[in-house]
Design a protein around this ligand. Sequence first.
Ligand SMILES: C[S@@+](CC[C@H](N)C(=O)[O-])C[C@H]1O[C@@H](n2cnc3c(N)ncnc32)[C@H](O)[C@@H]1O
Length: 223
Amino acid sequence: MGDSQEHGDGKGRPDEGRGWPAAAVFDALGAEYERAFAASAAHRESLERLLAGLAPGSRVLDVGSGTGRPTARTLADAGHRVLGVDVSPVMTALAARQVPGAEFRCADIRDLPLPEHEFDAVCVYFSLLQLERDEQCELLGRLARSLRPGGLLAVATVPVDVAGVDAVFMGRPVRVSSFGAEEFTALTARAGVAVEWAHSALFTPDHPAGAPEPHLFVHGRRI
Ligand SMILES: C[S@@+](CC[C@H](N)C(=O)[O-])C[C@H]1O[C@@H](n2cnc3c(N)ncnc32)[C@H](O)[C@@H]1O
């Protein structure tokens, strides 16, 4: 996440009560996002760990599925049944084209009913950052409850202690909220999973505006 800035005008303005709309930001970025983050070794390692813990044909929810690559693609290629959910129509359409072996739905995860014990795994790679902090806590709890007992949660975020800060991400205005690494790991545990792996890395997106940013990956198992 980049520098703070004042509000812009026109279609970049925040929507009512929900800050800068994530859909507008990621509709504008599309495949550019995938290119900028494609080289993340920590993301690949997280996916390999997730794959190692899944039984054949597992049902996996990918929250904020983006372009479908690398997450849904890796899981679907390994024979798992993947449902990707993303609020951006452009990202959802791109993912459906790029990963025909998975199912994608365009929806705001905050509005999507999640049945309990539905999934063998849930992954949330960098898709919490445009939610308010209390929404992130509430969502992590709901996602944990959507796992069957023993199911796996893999979450990645940018662990910075900020609430509702206006920033610039890959040249686009975004409103960002997050937590420091310790607090984020603790609230993942409070959501109802036993944390089995937490990994920190620095990553520089391959983008003219790219600067080194901290990434945190937390894996847990539904208690
Ligand atoms: C930073 S991108 C990460 C994409 C993908 N998870 C990855 O790591 O490659 C965040 C994605 O989450 C989506 N997103 C953000 N807020 C969302 C929400 N409330 N509901 C569903 N998707 C959301 C965005 O549209 C975007 O595609």
